[in-house]
Design a binder for this molecule. Structure first.
Ligand SMILES: CC(=O)[C@@H](O)[C@H](O)COP(=O)(O)O
Ligand SMILES: NCC(=O)COP(=O)(O)O
Length: 272
C-alpha cells in the first residue's frame, strides 16, 4: 500500500519580517496564510518568538480564527508562551529552543537536559487539546526522551544537513543521522516531521527519508514567492516533495528486492 503523501506546512514568518521592517500593516501574514492554503499548503506554521521580531500575538489569534487547515505554533518553553497556547489552543504546538540573539533556530531542543520542564509542558499542552511536537536534533537519546516526555510527534532539525556543502562528507554524515533518527522514531511509533533550511535544491532528499509525515518550510518558499508568486512557489515545492517521496519509496523497494534475491540465491546454493 502506498503511504500517505508527505504534507507541507508553510511557514509564513518572513511575510511578517517584511511587515515589521517598516512597522506597516502590510504584508499581512494572515492574508498570506489564506493564499497558501488555496495553493495547497496542508498547514500553516508560525514561530512566535519572545522578541516578537516577526509574528505577533495578533497574527496567532487571527490565524486561529480563520485558518481552514491547521496552525502549527512554534514556541519556546516559557510560562508566557504556555499560557498563550493554552488560551489559543492551536491544533499543533512545536516546542523549540530559542536564543534571543540568534539569527535563526540554532539547534534542537535539549529534551534530555530539560526533561522535567519539557514533560510538564507536553502534559499542559496535551490537556489543552494541542498535538505536541518537539523540535530536536536527529539523535536517538533525544528521541527516546521525547517519547518519555509524552510527545506524540517530533520535528527533526534539518539545519545541519541544509548548511553542509552538498555532497560533502559532512552532508553525507548529516543525512545518515537524519535517516537513522527517522527510522528509530517511526519504529517507536512517533509521528516524524522535519524542517529548517529546506529549499528547492535539498528538499527531495529529505522527502525521501523513511516515514516522514510533514515538512515545514518557510524562508525558501517566501523568498521564491517574491519572483514567481506564493501559489507557484508552494506548488513547485509540493511537486519536489512528491518526487522525493516517490524516489525514496522506489529505493526502499529496490533494497528490499535486492535482499530477497540475495536470500534466494543463498538458499539455492546451500540446498545443493
Ligand atoms: C524552529 C524552527 O524550525 C525555525 O526554523 C523557525 O520556524 C523559523 O523561524 P525563524 O526564521 O525565526 O528562525
Ligand atoms: N520548523 C522549520 C520551519 O518552520 C521553517 O524553517 P525555514 O524553512 O524558514 O528554515
Amino acid at each position: 500500500m502506498h503511504p500517505p503523501r508527505i504534507l507541507l506546512g508553510v511557514n509564513i514568518d518572513h511575510i511578517a519580517t517584511l511587515r515589521q521592517a517598516r512597522g506597516t500593516r502590510y504584508p499581512d501574514p494572515v492574508q498570506a496564510a489564506l493564499l497558501a492554503e488555496e495553493a495547497g499548503a496542508d498547514g500553516i506554521t508560525v514561530h512566535l518568538r519572545e522578541d516578537r521580531r516577526h509574528i505577533q500575538p495578533r497574527d496567532v489569534r487571527l490565524l486561529a480564527e480563520v485558518l481552514n487547515t491547521r496552525m502549527n505554533l512554534e514556541m519556546a518553553v516559557t510560562e508566557e508562551m504556555l499560557v498563550l497556547a493554552e488560551e489559543i489552543r492551536p491544533a499543533h504546538v512545536c516546542l523549540v529552543p530559542e536564543k534571543r540573539e540568534e539569527l535563526t533556530t540554532e539547534g534542537g531542543l535539549d529534551v534530555v537536559g530539560g526533561f522535567d520542564h519539557i514533560a510538564n509542558a507536553c502534559q499542559r499542552l496535551s490537556a489543552a487539546g494541542c498535538d505536541v511536537s518537539l523540535f530536536i536534533d536527529p539523535d536517538n537519546a533525544q528521541i527516546d526522551a521525547a517519547i518519555r516526555a509524552g510527545a506524540p510527534t517530533i520535528e527533526l532539525h534539518t539545519g545541519a544537513y541544509a548548511e553542509a556543502k552538498p555532497g560533502s562528507t559532512a552532508a553525507i554524515a548529516e543525512y545518515e543521522r537524519l535517516s537513522t533518527a527517522a527510522i528509530h522514531a517511526v519504529s517507536a511509533g512517533l509521528v516524524v516531521n522535519a524542517g529548517h533550511g529546506l529549499h528547492y535544491h535539498n528538499v527531495e532528499a529529505i522527502a525521501a527519508l523513511p516515514g516522514v509525515n510533514e515538512l515545514n518550510i518557510g524562508h525558501a518558499i517566501i523568498a521564491r514567492a517574491l519572483f514567481v508568486g506564493l501559489k507557484d512557489a508552494i506548488q513547485e515545492m509540493k511537486r519536489l516533495i512528491i518526487a522525493g517521496q516517490e524516489a525514496g519509496l522506489m529505493a526502499a523497494l529496490d533494497a528490499h528486492e535486492h535482499v530477497h534475491e540475495h536470500e534466494h540465491k543463498h538458499d539455492g546454493c546451500c540446498s545443493h
